[in-house]
Design a protein around this ligand. Structure first.
Ligand code: F6R
Length: 242
């Protein structure tokens, strides 16, 4: 495991963008696994800057996002499709058909999960999976449970996750109750994983995930088994590793 702790958010964002940009320079056709949420916004900003300076191209890349809310169309400002369009896709040379996010409006969510897994399988291995971590240790929307699911599935969001994400919505009731998420096996199959963690409020969970027992009670603890894990943390999140 490669742990890096940065004094400033800018350094962390540049480092994250540098890893993704570096991969695209050496492998333009890379398959990227992408995350949403507050954590990666700065990394996407740096990637857009690098693209505008002519340093990074996405033309041949393919992307798969981790998750999407059930019931939100891509035009909804809090959908993950909208987020990705805003923060990355519309600002770089990535053809829309090369970007994949589960369809939260599918009339048959189970079938949508099968479709997503088939697309993932056809794309081959994800070269780099970008991840954040939830306060309860979730990765993607794989919430703590007595058992975890390997492939893409429908998940009932835990109350703490809805509360944490309510900051992006007008009110808690507007936060969807369910999501579609890639499963843990798909995440762990990625060639490289980059976990990004920011903020004092994540210091305990990231420490537990990376140094505590490997347990489905903390899905991020499974990352300890990955042979090529890089963790980028700001000073606040990384305080227990110093
Ligand atoms: C987002 C995702 C989630 C977030 C996690 C942290 O696509 O899969 O696991 O990474 O909830 O969210 P933030 O970054 O908002 O703290």
């Amino acid at each position: 495991m490669n742990l890096q702790i940065f004094d400033s958010p800018d350094q962390l964002h540049e480092a994250g963008a540098g890893i993704i940009g570096g991969l695209l320079q050496t492998k333009p056709s890379a398959v990227l696994g992408l995350a949403t949420g507050g954590t990666p916004v700065g990394i996407y900003e740096e990637l857009v800057k690098a693209h505008k300076r002519g340093l990074v191209r996405f033309k041949e890349a393919t992307t798969f996002n981790l998750d999407e809310y059930v019931g939100l169309p891509g035009t909804h400002p809090q959908s993950y499709r909208y987020y990705m369009n805003e923060h990355l896709f519309s600002q770089v040379d990535l053809a829309p058909e090369r970007t994949h996010i589960p369809d939260g409006m599918s009339p048959d969510p189970q079938e949508e999960c099968r479709r997503y897994d088939a697309l993932l399988q056809r794309a081959g291995q994800i070269d780099l999976q970008l991840l954040g971590i939830g306060h309860n240790g979730h990765i993607g929307f794989n919430e703590p449970d007595h058992a975890l699911i390997s492939g893409t599935h429908v998940v009932a969001l835990r109350e703490e996750t809805r509360l944490a994400n309510a900051r992006f919505f007008d009110r808690l009731e507007a936060v969807p109750t369910h999501a579609l998420t890639m499963g843990v096996a798909t995440i762990l199959k990625a060639r490289t994983i980059v976990l990004v963690v920011k903020g004092e409020d994540k210091a305990d969970i990231v420490h537990r995930a990376l140094t505590g027992p490997i347990t489905t009670d903390c899905p991020a603890s499974l990352l300890q088994t990955h042979p090529n894990l890089t963790v980028l943390m700001d000073a606040e999140a990384g305080r227990r590793f110093r």
